[in-house]
Ligand binder design. Structure first.
Ligand code: NAD
Length: 271
C-alpha cells in the first residue's frame, strides 16, 4: 500500500550520522516518504520524533526499536548501522518480504554469506560506497583502463581527514579493482602500496596507490593514467555525507518491486 506517499521508507540507525543524512535526503526526494525509524533497543531517543532528531521539523514518525511490529509501515528498509544490526534486520525483512538497502561496512565472510542467502528471498542493494559520483567514476575508470591500455601507467591518489584509521581507502581499492578489470590484470598481483628508497624503475603494469592524511578532508580520489605526451585524470571530491544518502535514497526508489537478488549501485545506475 503506497498510494499518496510513494515509496515508504524505514530507516534503521535513524539517529546515526548516515541515518540523519538519509532522513534529510528523503525530505528532498520526490515520491518518497519516511514512514518508520528504528534504533537499537535501549537507545536514549526511543519515543521521540525522527525528523526532529535528524535536525529538522517534526515528521510524525516516532523512533522505535520494534522492527517486527512496524513491518506493515514501510516498503524498503535503509540500513547504515553495524553488522549485527544489519543481520538482525535482514532476517526480519526476509521473513516479511521487505526490500533492504544496506551500506553497513565490516561484514565478516559468514555475515556476507547470510546476506547472499537472504537475497534469494528479497531484493537487496549493497554498496561500500553509495555516492553516485564515485560509482560513475568506477565505470569511467574501467573504460579508460581498457581503452588506454598498457601504454599508460595507472596511479591512484587519495586524501582523507586526520581521523581515518585505514589506508588506502575502500573507495581507492574499488577504483584499483575497476582499473585492473579494465586492464584485464589481477590487482592483488600488480598493486604497489608504498615506495621508499631505491625502488628501481616502475613496473609497467603496476597500479600504484598514494595516501594523504590530514585536516577535515571528507574524501578525495584521483586516478591518473600517465602516458607519453599526455595524461588523463578521473577524480572525485566528496564534500559531505549527503552524497552517500542521495545515492542510498535513489537505490531505495529503484529497489521497490524488484525481483529478489543482490544488486549493486552499478545495477541501480544502469552502468
Ligand atoms: P554512526 O555510528 O554515526 O551510526 C550508526 C547508528 O547505528 C547509530 O545510531 C547506532 O545506534 C545504530 N546501531 C548500532 N547498532 C545497531 C543495531 N544493532 N540495531 C539498530 N541500530 C544500531 O555511524 P555512521 O557514520 O552513520 O555509519 C554507519 C555505517 O555505515 C558504518 O558501517 C559505515 O562504515 C557505513 N557507511 C557506509 C557508506 C556507504 O556509502 N556505503 C557511507 C558512510 C558510512
Amino acid at each position: 500500500m503506497t498510494t499518496g506517499m510513494g515509496v515508504r521508507i524505514g530507516v534503521l540507525g535513524a539517529t546515526g550520522r548516515m541515518g540523519c543524512a538519509i532522513i534529510q535526503a528523503l525530505r528532498q526526494a520526490a515520491g518518497m516518504t519516511l514512514t518508520a525509524a528504528f534504533e537499537r533497543p535501549g537507545h536514549a531517543a526511543l519515543g521521540r520524533d525522527a525528523g526532529v532528531l535528524a535536525g529538522g521539523d517534526e515528521l510524525g514518525v516516532v523512533l522505535t526499536h520494534d522492527l517486527v511490529a512496524a513491518m506493515p509501515d514501510f516498503d524498503v528498509l535503509v540500513d547504515f548501522t553495524r553488522p549485527e544490526g544489519t543481520l538482525a534486520a535482514l532476517a526480519v525483512c526476509a521473513l516479511h518480504g521487505k526490500a533492504l538497502v544496506t551500506g553497513t561496512t565490516g561484514l565478516d565472510p559468514l555475515q556476507k554469506q547470510k546476506l547472499v542467502q537472504a537475497s534469494q528471498q528479497i531484493p537487496v542493494v549493497q554498496a561500500a560506497n553509495f555516492s553516485i559520483g564515485v560509482n560513475v567514476c568506477l565505470s569511467l575508470i574501467e573504460q579508460a583502463a581498457r581503452v588506454l591500455g598498457e601504454d599508460f601507467d595507472i596511479e591512484i591518489v587519495e586524501a582523507h581527514h586526520r581521523h581515518k584509521v585505514d589506508a588506502p581507502s575502500g573507495t581507492a581499492l574499488a577504483m584499483g579493482e575497476a582499473a585492473a578489470r579494465g586492464a584485464a590484470i589481477d590487482l592483488n598481483r600488480h598493486a604497489v602500496y608504498a615506495r621508499q628508497g631505491h625502488t628501481g624503475e616502475r613496473e609497467r603494469s603496476a597500479i600504484g596507490f598514494s595516501t594523504v592524511r590530514g585536516g577535515d578532508v571528507v574524501g578525495d580520489h584521483t586516478v591518473l593514467f600517465l602516458g607519453d605526451g599526455e595524461r588523463v585524470e578521473i577524480g572525485h571530491r566528496a564534500t559531505n555525507r549527503l552524497n552517500f544518502a542521495h545515492g542510498a535514497v535513489r537505490a531505495a526508489a529503484w529497489l521497490r518491486g524488484r525481483a529478489p537478488g543482490l544488486y549493486t549501485m552499478r545495477d541501480v545506475l544502469g552502468l
